[in-house]
Design a protein around this ligand. Structure first.
Ligand code: FAD
Length: 380
């Protein structure tokens, strides 16, 4: 299927094609093993780095391609074609959820130190905001950082942190001004820093090949050089990437929903029943046609919201709506695709069984549906 749409340029189409080729050849055939291992092999990420796939959003002067949100939409949708959402999110946390904070708030010394490894897939990033007592309500985080000589002493806990078990550096949000509920700063905390530990590798419903950590920070000392951006302004600096983070979750969902529709249509066209094939049944073909129409609409809305950003317009309302509605659509599609696979759709050996599990997190993570709808409602 051609992915060309009104916002696509030849460059974006080339990114889409290269990414689909990569996941088709390198990810889909191997993903099952990674699911069992609970991790994506580091060599695969380094291979992507060597191919220049990890720097779409990194400015050219820092060694990337300097592209905008439409590139992330294209990349995330193409990754979704892998059908292994655990792989997709491993990459997207690095490139689109954690990486942009380094780009947006880093200084030259931090770029020099970390950007080569980030682009090469050698320094895999995670973003540590959520805590056991604070998820949707980011301003409620309790992890604290206190000035200590020429550095900071960080104490607290983080949970559900993607890429933090096997990754190399976490961008940690910590409260630095107890007087102000938004008085948060961001710190670059390298894996292996004393006191910074993976308490648990979390066992998840889906995204099995993505590693997710509960982290403890027990008197973790980092130097001033590890402070990312302006002290106490971390909450606002983090917000700069919210729309992008929301979008790539939709993008990978759209890519996987399209793959699910394609594989289900094919299955129904081949599955014999009632003297013909399942696909001959109006109830099935029409529901699948409606699913296709919904996915096409989500895809178009997502690219439009990305284009709004890239053309300098506010896209919070548009992107929040796409996140809320798009992630629900992806789950409805997965439900129907399992349904039309019949008993086979309930078997661990089928792709669709895993894709159904993988999709469930999309309306929760990166801004739950209800939180997104509030963003729309207060702008309506
Ligand atoms: C697999 C996985 C990976 C993750 N990766 C990361 C990561 O890399 N880094 C990171 O920092 N975090 C990560 N998270 C955390 C994720 O962003 C949070 O789970 C999410 O923000 C929801 O927070 P919560 O789980 O604390 O739920 P809560 O905030 O307790 O909310 C529970 C539910 O209540 C409802 N709700 C919440 N707020 C409102 C509201 N204002 N109005 C109406 N209803 C509401 C929603 O339905 C929500 O799902 C990850 C989570 C998972 C499960």
């Amino acid at each position: 299927m051609s992915n060309r749409n009104v916002y696509m340029t030849d460059e974006l189409q080339a990114i889409y094609d290269q990414t689909v080729d990569f996941v088709t050849n390198e990810v889909t055939p191997n993903g099952e093993l990674w699911e069992l291992d609970g991790m994506v092999p580091r060599d695969v990420l380094k291979h992507m780095g060597a191919l220049g796939m990890l720097g779409l959003r990194v400015p050219t002067e820092l060694g990337g391609l300097g592209m905008g949100m439409l590139a992330s939409a294209t990349f995330s949708e193409a990754l979704g074609a892998s059908t292994y959402a655990g792989f997709d999110v491993t990459v997207l946390v690095h490139t689109d959820m954690a990486g942009p904070h380094l780009v947006n708030s880093g200084n030259q010394e931090q770029y020099d130190r970390y950007m080569p490894g980030v682009l090469a897939g050698e320094t895999i990033l995670s973003i540590g905001v959520s805590e056991p007592d604070a998820g949707s309500d980011v301003a409620g985080i309790r992890t604290s950082a206190v000035k200590d000589g020429d550095g900071w002493l960080i104490n607290g806990r983080k949970t559900f942190i993607t890429n933090a078990v096997y990754g190399n550096m976490t961008i940690v949000a910590a409260r630095t001004n107890p007087e102000d509920k938004y008085g948060i700063s961001m710190f670059l905390v390298e894996a292996g820093t004393e006191g910074f530990e993976v308490a648990t590798k979390l066992d998840k419903h889906g995204w099995r090949c993505s590693d997710t950590a509960e982290l403890t920070l027990d008197d973790v000392w980092v130097s001033d050089a590890q402070l990312l951006g302006t002290p106490h302004r971390g909450f606002y600096e983090t917000m700069k990437n919210f729309q992008n983070e929301r979008m790539v979750l939709v993008g990978m969902g759209v890519g996987s929903a399209q793959a699910a529709i394609d594989m289900t249509n094919q299955y129904c066209q081949e599955r014999k029943a009632f003297g013909g094939h399942l696909y001959d049944l109006g109830a099935i073909r029409q529901r699948m046609a409606m699913n296709q129409a919904k996915v096409d609409a989500v895809r178009a809305s997502m690219y439009h919201a990305a284009w709004l950003h890239d053309s300098g317009q506010d896209n919070v309302k548009a992107m929040s709506g796409v996140k809320a509605w798009g992630c629900e659509v992806v789950n409805q599609v997965m439900y129907d695709c399992v349904q039309f696979h019949g008993g086979m759709g309930y078997m661990r050996e089928s792709h669709i069984e895993r894709m159904y599990r993988d999709a469930r997190i999309l309306p929760i993570g990166g801004g739950a549906t209800e939180v997104m709808l509030e963003e729309v409602a207060k702008r309506s």
